[in-house]
Design a protein around this ligand. Structure first.
Ligand SMILES: [Zn+2]
Length: 443
């Protein structure tokens, strides 16, 4: 199951004085890998799933407090703090938020020594609402069926948090003592922009490299596309529906805009980056909500559309915004009403820049080597079409970050979300291997 450590990967990771000086104790490493057990992972994940920690709700805060107990339970020192929301959201680099909040909590667990690299494991506790339909299990039940654990957040990304917690526990159980340090960042507000990771970086929690255990099916993700939330305000002119032609129907005007957005989406997805070659639509432009009118027998005088614009891997956020604004402006220029009453474009809510590290970056090579040591072959490397905290850790935090975790992102935000038990085990073992190889051990 294991192979020799890869110390040759370390020199360009951190200054020589901070490199791990010993090869990992192979007996203890083997013990730690054996201490990763499926039933424990399932139980841990079920406990996390039982808390309906929807973004911005009181349960999101509740889960952070419970997580402090779990971090202490695996032997980590913890820093739990109330995030100063006015100061944090007023920061010029703040990435945006959508859910209203009265409070938010930061939480970091830490364990190990100060004589080697610090590995950050980052995961978000918040989940999106389960929705009204389509579930055949209870969304907070954690039901195991056909070798998969079900529930809202099962793959996105409470499974990743369970893997991170139990990787640390397995090391402790096997008597491993790390030279370097593992830091587990349990964050809120990932789903609506990245409040938690932003606040964690502001508090000074950093490391030499980071792994976010969002769902990648055990593949290695070095790049994530961006996502920008936008709002379109389309004006019309109201009149009684029986005299429809005397008014201006905001829905009809929106349909013109929608066609323009679809054409823009097609243009933006030509010649996508090779890391995105596996996706039919690497950078979707999707409208998620439409609200129009206030009376069935009136021509609607206003339509408000909210959506999400995908940002290409190597594209500046300003460029993406300008393209959407230009596409809307061209539609308006071609319509007599909209020419005089143009559609307003507003940027609000989550503003995810793309994030990436080189495929040759030490963090990518270390995670790849750890996966190969456990599984016998290196993982596939690709990009993902969704925004993530990778861009905050790598960009703002200066912590080179990859994404590697259990589950399939196509299950995320969907009814009957689930994660295979086998992937919980395999990802946790990779994390054990990564921590030992990267941080070094004292035995
Ligand atoms: Zn997620």
């Amino acid at each position: 199951m294991t192979s020799p450590p890869r110390p040759a990967l370390l020199p360009d990771l951190v200054p020589a004085q901070r490199q791990a000086r010993t090869a990992p104790g192979s007996a203890r490493l083997a013990d730690a890998l054996a201490a990763v057990r499926a039933p424990d992972l399932v139980t841990e994940l079920q406990q996390l799933l039982a808390v309906p920690s929807v973004t911005g709700t009181a349960a999101e805060s509740e889960l952070q407090h419970r997580m402090q107990g779990r971090l202490r339970g695996v032997g980590m020192d913890t820093d739990l703090w109330s995030i100063d929301l006015p100061a944090t959201t007023a920061h010029p680099d703040f990435p945006g938020t959508e859910a209203p909040r009265d409070e938010a909590w930061g939480l970091v667990g830490s364990w190990g020594g100060d004589d080697g690299p610090t590995v950050v494991l980052n995961g978000h506790v918040d989940v999106v609402p389960p929705g009204e339909t389509g579930w055949t299990t209870g969304p907070w039940s954690g039901e195991v069926r056909d070798g998969r654990v079900h529930g809202r957040g099962a793959c996105d990304m409470k499974a990743g948090l369970a893997c991170q917690l139990l990787a640390v526990r397995a090391l402790r159980e096997a008597g491993v003592r790390l030279r370097g340090r593992v830091v587990l960042q349990s964050v809120v507000g990932e789903e609506d922009g990245g409040l938690g990771t932003f606040a964690t970086l502001q508090r000074g929690h950093r490391g030499d490299l980071a792994v976010i255990c969002e769902p990648t099916g055990g593949r290695l993700v070095t790049a994530s596309a961006g996502a920008l939330t936008f709002r379109l305000v389309v004006p019309g002119r109201s009149v009684h529906a029986s005299a429809r032609l005397d008014g201006v129907d905001a829905v009809d005007k929106y349909l013109l805009v929608h066609a323009g957005l679809r054409a823009l989406e097609a243009r933006r997805n030509r010649d996508a980056h090779p890391l995105m070659a596996g996706y039919r639509l690497p950078y979707p432009l999707s409208v998620g909500t439409l609200r129009a009118g206030d009376w069935a027998s009136s021509v609607p005088d206003l339509l408000v559309a909210e959506g999400r614009l995908g940002v290409a891997l190597d594209e500046p956020v300003d460029h993406a915004r300008a393209e959407l604004e230009q596409a809307v402006a061209e539609v308006c220029a071609g319509d007599p009403w909209l020419r005089d009453h143009p559609v307003q474009v507003q940027w609000w809510g989550g503003q995810f820049a793309p994030g990436a590290v080189s495929q040759d970056a030490p963090v990518a090579r270390l995670v790849s080597a750890a996966h190969a040591a456990v599984h016998g072959a290196p993982p596939a490397v690709h990009g993902v079409p969704y925004g993530s905290d990778q861009r905050l850790l790598t960009g703002l935090g200066g912590v080179p970050t990859v994404i590697y975790g259990p589950g399939d992102v196509r299950q995320a935000h969907a009814p009957d979300e689930s994660v295979p038990v086998g992937e919980l085990v395999s990802v946790t073992r990779t994390l054990v291997q990564l921590l030992v190889t990267t941080c070094g051990t004292l035995d």
